[in-house]
Design a binder for this molecule. Structure first.
Ligand code: NAD
Length: 384
């Protein structure tokens, strides 16, 4: 059956992050949120009532709902592959929160399964599809900073146990700053500089256990299974390198440092854990003979706007691609390459040497200029 009109969405897992998705997806005219599912069906019901979604229930009920075409998997990293695979086997396209999975083998199997079944697999983050990132990406490709040579990124604070009521999974295998926040930074690097060729890294942790700070289980101790402070140096297939600090171990809160240096200029980008905004995208040029001492660096502003929309842009891009038969941007292949990079970082920490990243990926495309999430492009809105 060839479907037309707006694309039906079902959620599996409606915890903390689901509000951000529901806020946007219930407003995009090309999307219809059909059903919410969770192991905790009470939570599915309360989220459905909050966001005026007609149906709710278990994960299985989402998978058997004929009106659901894309399943959004917002479960925890350790179950991402199992839930995404079950959705593909039920004939649904899948959008999964990051990371795609926690090990190479099952994640590669998931990508292969989607291809075999001819279904789309999309992997967060979609922050890079935000207006700020897309503007910067097009500008860099058009030569704004000359040839990109290097990047510097930094994300540091004391960790998500200070705000997440279920923070244990963020310090377990598949968590830590590498797997929880790394996907934003490495995905953005891949979008701007292409596939990663190799990595070398150090990793440490400040303590073996932490305690939940908020929520009904505040005070509960949980183990820290992964490094919580990482310094990563990555090289790129197309040349250039990036150095990245990822830390849940510093009293200093400083996130979203993301700078790319080229032969002609440097660009200061938004936080890759946001869709742009927060601060202007600025460009610094070589001063050469115009330099004065002490050096005063003039900046040009490329964009100074808050993004029109946030989480859910990747689902929308995928929904429109399903109807048009074209490719979407935040693919399973990109998600796998980022996971492969992160596992290679872990291996580098253990082996104390450079590790080649075995996978590669076609440099991701950009959204069409003027991409409007609030346009009804699928002919589904009844004219008034
Ligand atoms: N919280 C954030 O700020 C944030 C931001 C970006 C991405 N994410 C990602 O989103 C995902 C979810 O994070 P969260 O913070 O919402 O977690 P959470 O613990 O608040 O919610 C997870 C939900 O999934 C449900 N669930 C777990 N396994 C399930 C299964 N097999 N079937 C059905 N339901 C299941 C749980 O009952 C819970 O309601 C994670 O992958 C996380 O990395 C979270």
């Amino acid at each position: 059956m060839t479907r037309t009109g707006r694309v039906g969405i079902g959620f599996i897992g409606v915890g903390m992050i689901s509000d951000q998705y529901l806020e946007n997806l219930t407003k995009f005219p090309d999307i219809e949120v059909v059903r919410l599912g969770d192991i905790d069906t009470g939570r599915a019901q309360s989220q459905a009532e909050k966001w005026c979604v007609g149906r709710w229930g278990t994960a299985d009920e989402v998978l058997t709902d004929e009106d659901v075409e894309i399943v959004i998997n917002l479960t925890l990293p350790a179950t991402h592959v199992a839930v995404s695979s079950a959705a593909l086997r039920a004939g649904k396209h899948v959008w999964s929160e990051k990371p795609i999975g926690v090990d190479r083998e099952t994640a590669a199997g998931l990508v292969a399964l989607a291809n075999e079944l001819g279904l789309k697999l999309g992997i967060a983050p979609d922050t890079v599809l935000g207006q700020g990132w897309q503007t910067a990406k097009r500008a860099i490709e058009a030569g704004l900073i000359g040839t990109p040579l290097s990047a510097v990124t930094s994300m540091q604070y004391e960790g998500p146990d200070i705000f997440h009521p279920n923070a244990g999974f963020l310090f377990a295998k598949g968590g830590g700053p590498l797997f929880d926040i790394g996907p934003y930074y490495f995905t953005a690097l891949v979008h701007l500089l292409g596939p990663i060729a190799s990595v070398v890294a150090t990793g440490s942790k400040s303590r073996e256990t932490r305690r939940l700070v908020v929520g009904p289980n505040a005070g509960t101790e949980f183990p820290v299974e992964v490094p919580t402070h990482l310094s990563v140096l990555a090289t790129f297939e197309q040349g250039g390198n990036a150095q990245s600090l990822l830390s849940f171990d510093t009293p200093l809160f400083r996130q979203g440092v993301f700078e790319v240096n080229g032969t002609e200029g440097s660009i200061i980008l938004p936080d890759p854990n946001t869709f742009g905004g927060g601060h202007p995208i600025r460009v610094a040029r070589l001063l050469g003979e115009n330099a004065t001492f002490p050096i005063e660096q003039p900046f040009e502003t490329l964009l100074d706007e808050e993004p029109a929309a946030g989480r859910g842009l990747g689902v929308l891009d995928m929904a429109r691609a399903i109807r048009s038969g074209s490719s979407h941007i935040a693919t399973g292949e990109v998600g796998y390459h980022v996971l492969d990079t992160m596992v290679s970082v872990e291996e580098s920490i253990e082996r104390q040497e450079f590790v080649a990243v075995a996978s590669t990926v076609v440099p991701p495309a950009s959204l069409p200029e003027g991409f409007d999430p609030f346009a009804a492009t699928l002919g589904s809105v009844i004219p008034v």
